[in-house]
Ligand binder design. Structure first.
Ligand SMILES: [Zn+2]
Length: 166
């Protein structure tokens, strides 16, 4: 984790994703029960995602990469608790992989919708980080979707979503 801090000047999104996935693979192999629980809680969701599918072109970027690194990988934050690095990696992966649109959450208005799809990609949802609301935006879906996945750039382009301003 601290390697991110040491190399922050030279990192780009692909390199950071590479470092984070190396870390998650190492952590996944640990036998410690507490680590296993934390892994399941925070990181298991990302196991089946191919990170390379979510490398958005510059015009679709919704986050400040520099802020993301500066804010999340400070030593005191990483060391503040045993759980903290798991939370940080989860948050950073989420921020980097899940497209954030400029559509305001229709439930709380406090944040913009992330764009996600159902497993069989027949439906596009807006999902709010703040209140957890998920709204069907396009397509057909079962009333209860077991799991939603980040939208790829292709989906974002197809539906004409534009990124949230940071
Ligand atoms: Zn909301």
């Amino acid at each position: 984790m601290s390697i991110v801090n040491r190399r922050k000047g030279e990192l780009n999104k692909e390199m950071l994703l590479g470092l984070l996935s190396e870390w998650t693979v190492e952590v996944r192999q640990l036998k410690d029960m507490r680590v296993k629980e934390l892994y399941k809680m925070y990181l298991e969701y990302f196991d089946n995602l191919d990170f390379s599918l979510f490398s958005f072109d510059r015009k679709y970027i919704w986050y400040s990469f520099e802020d993301l690194i500066t804010y999340n990988f400070r030593k005191e934050m990483l060391l503040s608790s045993f759980e903290r690095p798991f939370v940080i990696v989860r948050d950073v992966l989420w921020e980097l992989l899940v497209f954030k649109s400029d559509l305001e959450c229709t439930c709380c208005g406090n944040d913009n919708f992330r764009i996600m799809v159902n497993e069989i990609r027949t439906a596009v949802f807006g999902v709010c980080d703040v209140c957890g609301c998920s709204k069907l935006l396009y397509g057909k879906a079962d009333s209860i979707e077991a799991q939603l996945y980040p939208a790829t750039q292709n989906i974002v382009e197809t539906y004409g979503f534009t990124p949230s301003a940071y």
